[in-house]
Design a protein around this ligand. Sequence first.
Ligand code: FAD
Length: 108
Amino acid sequence: PPDVEQLGRATWTFLHTTAAYYPERPTPTQRANMLSLLRSLPLLYPCSHCASHLGTNMQEHPPDVSGRVALSRWLCERHNDVNVRLGKERFDCAIEKTDERWKDGPSD
Ligand code: FAD
């Protein structure tokens, strides 16, 4: 079975980075593709208990694919839900913080 921690770090890196570089004003096709990507996770993510938690969580909190700011926040909140469940610290989901971590790096 996969290493759930290494898989998690790699997956969060991919998802947060993809959200950070998602367009401010996505086309309908871009929105549909992002929705497909996210909706696939509960079906395909190769940690079955993780996938099942995510599926339940996404029913309560449907993805917001309207633009990169909303998407970055939505994903940060879903990651925080996992963090809380695992007893890890919450991350500040302000766009400045998610961009600093996943797009721009520290400012000075
Ligand atoms: P990670 O949680 O992997 O975070 C990586 C980096 O992201 C951090 O170092 C930090 O810089 C940044 N970060 C942290 N929080 C946020 C945030 N909210 N927004 C933006 N950036 C942030 N593991 C389980 O044991 N059980 C599960 O049920 C489970 N479900 C998962 C579901 C999904 C969809 C994914 C992708 C992973 C899941 N994992 C689960 C794995 C878990 O979330 C962690 O990836 C793993 O425990 C390694 O944690 P870490 O402390 O190295 O940092």
